[in-house]
Design a protein around this ligand. Structure first.
Ligand SMILES: *Cc1c(COP(=O)(O)O)cnc(C)c1O
Length: 387
């Protein structure tokens, strides 16, 4: 679509200012490699931020963190792994890398994340069919924590480890306990569109120091102790570079500011649409804190007189990016035929949901442009309603 308006992105990188200092240090000391002081420093910064006795391995992506997580939980070809259906494909793809089968579980309405009820139903049914799932992957979508108390209780009851996908939820918490510290293993992402970025990167987090040591070992080609290259396991090239980690150290200094800014954008959108019938925002349950990575809305066509698609197209016509919510994995052609437990909640969220521009670097002028389009759509819908 060609027009004269500069692009407004859904979520774009937002540097804090000190990133280049850490990158420069890496150049000055020639630590231009997938190891070095920034990697160690970034890992320590993340561990400190999570306020718990956790260990961190900085990796090349969130996807590689999830993949190593599955390997370290012993997932093998032929195994089944339970995964939230309403998510980005990177939550589920590593299950396929291992030759295992995903079993998808629907969302609940309050947080839009894994339904504890359908999780338990799925476990009981898979066990009855003779196959106990090897791991459970809940996701904190758009920064909203999943119902981890209930999910962990079920996981513990059936003795199945949780691999927590906290890629979108750095800084989110439940009663002060940070996302990324609930699972036996957790994954973070620092991709370019996430709340903080290293240009590309991720991290594996665990309370278990051995697990994290093994993640570091596997992520650097699984080299045994020897003067020559000696391998007794299949390794991966998944370690974060010292350059990227330098960006990460700078970004960690502004993470709390970024969260405040994202939450302010969320509140701004909510105020702009206050009182518009048929437009709703997902609220934080008692004790929940969301980093509000992306502001998302549900558009009820009957009550609002518009659809998420009409709003999306109106924004696109003005070169403003918005995007439908994740298309559930059980509806994706690549996962056709995989088991699914649910009642259509994720499918309905996909049909009616939209992500709005949410970047912490949105300017007042950009917010004004977004406001003009949204208000126009609301006015048009009102006119149609009165005809
Ligand atoms: C971004 C993301 C990932 C993958 O992270 P990368 O760093 O892009 O590999 C995994 N899960 C979810 C839910 C994500 O949003």
């Amino acid at each position: 679509m060609s027009n004269n308006y500069p692009k407004i992105w859904l979520s774009s990188p937002h540097m804090g200012g000190t990133e280049q200092k850490f990158v420069q240090e890496a150049f000055d000391t020639n630590w231009v490699a997938p190891l070095g002081p920034n990697v160690n420093g970034f890992e320590q910064d993340i561990a400190n931020y999570l306020h718990e006795d956790v260990h961190v391995a900085a990796l090349s992506s969130g996807t590689s963190a999830l993949h190593l997580g599955l390997i370290l939980l012993g997932v093998q070809p032929g195994d089944e792994v339970i995964c939230q259906s309403f998510t980005f494909s990177a939550s589920a793809n590593p299950i396929m890398y291992q030759g295992a089968t995903p079993v998808f579980v629907d969302s609940e309405d309050e947080t839009w994340n894994m339904s504890p009820r359908f999780l338990e139903q799925a476990i009981m049914d898979r066990v009855a069919k003779g196959k106990k799932p090897k791991a459970i992957i809940p996701v904190h979508l758009y920064g909203m924590p999943a119902k981890m108390d209930e999910i962990m209780a079920i996981a513990n009851l059936y003795d199945i480890p949780v691999l927590e996908d906290a890629a979108e939820a750095l800084g989110s918490s439940i009663n002060g306990k940070m996302c990324g510290t609930f699972g036996k293993i957790s994954a973070l992402s620092f991709n370019g569109n996430k709340i903080i970025t290293t240009s590309g990167g991720g991290a594996l987090v665990s309370h278990d120091a051995d697990i994290v040591a093994k993640a570091r070992f596997l992520s650097t080609q699984a080299r045994d102790e020897a003067p020559h290259y000696q391998h007794s396991q299949v390794g991966y090239n998944y370690r974060m570079s010292n350059i990227c980690a330098g960006i990460g150290r700078g970004q960690m200094q502004v993470l709390d500011t970024r969260i405040e800014q994202r939450r302010r954008i969320f509140n701004w959108h909510m105020q702009e649409m206050a009182g518009v019938p048929g437009i709703s925002f997902v609220q934080e349950p008692e004790g929940y804190f969301s980093n509000r990575w992306l502001t998302t809305i549900l558009v009820d066509p009957e009550q609002s007189g518009m659809t998420r698609e009409s709003l999306r197209l109106a924004l696109e016509a003005k070169n403003i990016e918005s995007r439908p919510l994740w298309k559930p994995m059980h509806m994706q052609p690549v996962f056709a035929g995989t088991p699914f437990y649910g009642d259509g909640t994720a499918e309905r969220l996909f049909q009616h949901g939209l992500c709005l521009p949410s970047g912490s670097n949105l300017t007042d002028a950009e917010l004004d442009r977004i406001k003009a389009v949204v208000q126009e759509c609301i006015q048009e819908a009102k006119v149609h309603a009165t005809i």
